[in-house]
Ligand binder design. Structure first.
Ligand code: FES
Ligand code: FES
Length: 159
């Protein structure tokens, strides 16, 4: 990171690619992802840490991009929903969401999928209660929780 009249240039590694982005001390990771890099999979819902729509993975763990300062993410591996797949293949979690009808408007889906992906990495066969706990910070305004939970349980069972 280097200073330049109040702005700094920060090197962020996102989905395996290095990006050099401008950031002052207040610019959030969500602003960089959506407004500078065009990675709009991370959604801007509440923009204050409540809804989970902006969830991305930082070194494999779910974080709120709207609350994460971009400059603080330098040196970490950032994964957005765009980086989950190679080519057109869906991941097991994404496939399970499709098969279980767990996508309604889709606004919450990237955050749900990323949170579930992190859960399954730690706990490959979570039960319903464990899935509910893991997803408790991700809100779905379409109230599709049951199908979402079923999808994640199935994705775990499929492994
Ligand atoms: S937009 Fe970040 S938690 Fe709602
Ligand atoms: S599918 Fe619409 S917010 Fe969850």
């Amino acid at each position: 990171m280097r200073g330049d009249e109040g702005m700094t240039t920060v090197a962020l590694r996102i989905n395996g690619v290095e990006h050099s982005v401008a950031a002052d001390g207040r610019r959030t990771l969500l602003e960089v992802l959506r407004d500078e890099l065009g990675l709009t999979g991370a959604k801007r819902g509440c923009n204050q840490g409540v809804c989970g729509a902006c969830t991305v993975l930082l070194d494999g763990r779910p974080v709120r991009a709207c609350l994460s300062l971009a400059a603080a993410c330098a040196g970490h591996e950032i994964t957005t929903v765009e980086g989950l797949t190679e080519g057109n293949e869906l991941t097991p979690v994404q496939q399970a969401f499709v098969e279980h009808g767990a996508v309604q408007c889709g606004f919450c889906t990237p955050g749900m999928v990323l949170t579930a992906t992190a859960l399954l990495k730690e706990n490959p066969k979570p039960n319903v209660a464990e899935v509910r706990t893991a997803l408790s910070g991700n809100l779905c305004r379409c109230s599709g929780y049951r199908k979402i939970v079923d999808a994640v349980v199935a994705a775990g069972g499929a492994r």
